[in-house]
Ligand binder design. Structure first.
Ligand SMILES: Cc1cc2nc3c(=O)[nH]c(=O)nc-3n(C[C@H](O)[C@H](O)[C@H](O)COP(=O)(O)OP(=O)(O)OC[C@H]3O[C@@H](n4cnc5c(N)ncnc54)[C@H](O)[C@@H]3O)c2cc1C
Ligand code: SF4
Length: 536
């Protein structure tokens, strides 16, 4: 590190990519700080249900400083996390290895021999995140299994691989345990009680969130963590980043916020797909990083996702128990469906549920028809109260490729500052095979199939898996980064998060982001072997 620098590396964002970067850079002897706009959550501060909107939702302008964010675009509604630990605080623990084909499609195909490179990084990621097979098959999982078997898909059903601590064999749920993962170097834990609360934050120390593994160990090895610190601008100190970078930050919120500038030799962009695109597009727009590839913001993928469900009004079975995503079934070569849940009492997502129908006009007729003919069922299906207890959410994904582009634009409703805006052909909203499966489940167990209001009314799918936008290419003419996450045209500027993903995975992306971050970090030299970034 030069004396002109406050740090060797600044890591922007503390999610899957950022946490890996923090630990590996600290282990390599670099002086590193993680800058995270979200708050640090503990079981004492996490919300009890998602009706505690100020602790659940992230919309700082409205005074909401939770950890779960919904961002509305013309093509898609993106769900993501903002917290120390990034999306891991609100995610549903599912950590799956995608089929090998995904490395042979998209922009990264052929850039490296991925079949040789990635297995070791997946193994490390799985060990660090404590991936194991789910041991709490809840009632919703049981229904998914029965429906799959009855449709001849019994072999395609499986309990999910997840990052949850289930305790030793025969141990009672909730049993405290000294660190079970890192030879005593990690924090004490307690085993999962199957409360279904993972997406509202685990109150029991059983969910393997990043603040309990990668980030925890990074801080022990000297990495600094600055929570509630938002990066607003990045600028190289010379033309190509050879002399390092200056990063402008805003610490705190509202009138008490303080502005600061930090200097570093290198930057790791780990602000998530949307966050990294936002910062880099602004840097290009202002002329701070003019050499960034024209591919920035292109090929943003959504895992071709659709969120549907089935509600069983008045169910005497509590469908909210188990873990957030307990099981899944592969419906066909391209379509994967997972049984998902919120904990009892966390019914806020019920506000955007509606009856499933084939299209908008059919939906209107279905709503009116059901309201008139079965007013009681209509009311009991759509009222938010009891939604989590009585519903099976079905998270559906496809490997079929489809993408959109993101650009910075001034919008008519907010002309003060440019915003990310989506462009490109519409993403298909409904997955017919998945809808048919939901109808079948509804018929079999006496429920009503549901979908989300944005999907039904505006043809806008919801996704928790926004990926890409700063994808790979051999040169700046074909991608933003090279196969090691190094941004073309700039020195020591790395991308290490979901924005680097360069094909549709068809499964939940966090394990792949973690493994890819391990790969990117394996390309960073330890301090002793690094040439000084700039002359002292
Ligand atoms: C409800 C829900 C459930 C999910 N379930 C699963 C699941 O079961 N399995 C799975 O694989 N994936 C799941 N996901 C998706 C998963 O959370 C993301 O894919 C993953 O977190 C992305 O990792 P990342 O490293 O790219 O960024 P993130 O984990 O999103 O971390 C980025 C961090 O950067 C911070 N940041 C952004 N901009 C700035 C800035 N300017 N300055 C400072 N900090 C900034 C953000 O606050 C955030 O904390 C789920 C997501 C949601 C919302
Ligand atoms: S089911 Fe409950 S105890 Fe288990 S990981 Fe999720 S929130 Fe924690």
């Amino acid at each position: 590190m030069s004396t002109r620098h406050d740090y060797d590396y600044l890591v922007i964002g503390s999610g899957f990519g950022g946490s890996v970067a923090a630990l590996r850079l600290a282990e390599k002897g670099h002086r590193v700080a993680v800058l995270e706009q979200g708050r640090h959550w503990t079981p004492d501060t996490l919300p009890r249900t998602n009706w505690q909107l100020a602790r659940w939702l992230w919309k700082p302008l409205l005074g909401l400083r939770g950890f779960f964010s919904l961002r509305f675009f013309r093509h898609v509604v993106v769900l993501h996390g903002n917290a120390v630990g990034g999306g891991s605080i609100t995610y549903a623990n599912t950590l799956l290895v995608p089929p090998r084909e995904v490395w042979r499609q998209g922009q990264w195909a052929g850039l490296l021999n991925w079949d040789a490179v990635m297995p070791a990084h997946y193994a490390t990621a799985m060990r660090m995140l404590g991936v194991t097979r789910n041991r709490r098959e809840g009632p919703a999982d049981g229904r998914l299994r029965i429906a799959s078997e009855e449709m001849g898909l019994g072999d395609a059903y499986r309990l999910t691989d997840v990052g949850v601590y289930f305790g030793g064999d025969g141990e009672a749920p909730g049993t405290p345990h000294p660190d079970p993962y890192f030879d005593g170097d990690g924090p004490p834990r307690a085993s999962c009680i199957g409360c279904g609360g993972c997406m509202v934050g685990c109150l029991h120390g059983a969910k393997n969130t990043l603040d309990l593994n990668y980030l925890y160990l990074a801080r022990k090895r000297g990495a600094e963590l600055h929570a509630e610190t938002r990066v607003t601008r990045i600028r190289p100190l010379d033309a190509d980043g050879n002399a390092g970078y200056e990063v402008a930050v805003r610490q705190g919120f509202g009138l008490r916020a303080r502005r600061k500038r930090l200097r570093c030799a290198g930057i790791v962009m780990a602000a998530s797909s949307l966050g990294t695109q936002d910062l880099l597009l602004r840097a290009k727009d202002r002329g701070d990083l003019p050499a960034l590839s024209a591919h920035l913001g292109r090929r943003v993928r959504t895992n071709a996702e659709s969120l549907i469900g089935v509600r069983f009004p008045g169910s005497d079975v509590d469908l909210s128990t188990g873990i957030a995503i307990g099981s899944g079934v592969q419906l066909d070569a391209h379509t994967h469906v997972e049984a998902t849940r919120y904990p009892a009492g966390s019914d806020a997502m019920g506000l955007i549920s509606t009856l499933m129908a084939r299209g908008k006009s059919d939906w209107l007729l279905t709503m009116i028809g059901t309201a008139l003919r079965h007013p009681r069922t209509f009311w009991r299906t759509l009222r938010p109260a009891g939604w989590a207890r009585e519903s099976m959410i079905l998270l559906c994904m496809q490997t079929i490729d489809g993408h959109l582009d993101m650009r910075l634009e001034r919008r008519w409703f907010w002309p003060f500052r440019k915003q990310l805006a989506s462009h490109g052909p519409r993403i298909p909203t409904s997955i017919p095979q998945a809808n048919a499966f939901a109808m079948r489940l509804a018929e079999r167990f006496g429920g009503t199939a549901l979908t989300s209001l944005p999907e039904m009314l505006f043809g806008i799918p919801m996704t928790a898996h926004c990926m890409g936008g700063a994808g790979m290419g051999a040169t700046a003419d074909s991608g933003v980064c090279d196969a090691w996450g190094r941004v073309h045209g700039y020195r020591n500027l790395l991308v290490c998060d979901g924005s680097l993903l360069s094909s549709n995975l068809g499964v939940n992306p966090s394990l792949t982001i973690t493994a890819l971050a391990e790969h990117v970090m394996s390309g960073v030299a330890p301090l002793a072997a690094t040439e000084p970034a700039v002359a002292r």
